[in-house]
Design a protein around this ligand. Structure first.
Ligand SMILES: [Zn+2]
Length: 183
């Protein structure tokens, strides 16, 4: 849940974000996954007081329930132009394969999950950035012209990063090091 200021263009911004997420999710997951984004009616700070909050909570849940009934509202409908020239993905068995890896064929989703899974044991920090990462970086493209980048060591500088965090590494953990990145 996000608490947003009730600015004049907040509906347009949420609409644009929903549209972009729907397009990305539709193309990538072919309708199997939806992100339900809802904007409740505006409320004041007074409504957040304990004796009023149940009403706000009710309107939030109604807005979200309504959104859930209309999953992927801005995703194109009708026949989807999906090509199975390379047969189906051998990992999920559902989406068309796009990457050949020895005997395995993977779709975009399983390909990214396979790559991220291979990197994770060595990851020490995670960040988001809008600039395309350098070739060879452990990165996955996300909607909103955003890249998720995994780092073996926390980056020396947070310049150019939209956000990020470092992972707890148990006994090797030290007080010094990168904290939450500036956003
Ligand atoms: Zn797959």
């Amino acid at each position: 849940m996000l608490l947003l200021p009730a600015l004049l263009n907040v509906r347009e911004k949420v609409f644009a974000l929903t549209k972009e997420l729907d397009r990305w999710l539709g193309e990538r997951y072919l309708g199997e996954l939806a992100f339900n984004l809802a904007l409740s009616p505006p409320f004041s700070g007074h409504d957040l007081q304990a004796n009023q909050f149940s009403k706000v909570w009710g309107t939030l849940n109604r807005a979200l329930d309504t959104a859930k009934l209309q999953g992927l509202p801005y995703c194109p409908t009708g026949a989807w132009g999906v090509s199975y020239k390379q047969e189906e993905c051998t990992a999920c068995g559902k989406r068309p394969a796009r990457h050949q890896d020895g005997e395995a064929r993977r779709c975009e989703v399983c390909h990214d999950e396979h790559r991220v899974g291979g990197w994770l044991p060595r990851v020490g920090a995670v960040s988001w950035q809008s600039a395309r990462p350098l070739p060879g970086a452990w990165a996955v493209e996300l909607p909103g012209q955003l890249w998720l980048t995994l780092h073996e060591q926390p980056p020396a500088s947070t310049t150019g990063l939209s956000g990020g965090f470092r992972l707890y590494r148990g006994g090797r953990e030290t007080v010094a090091g990168l904290g939450p990145c500036a956003s």
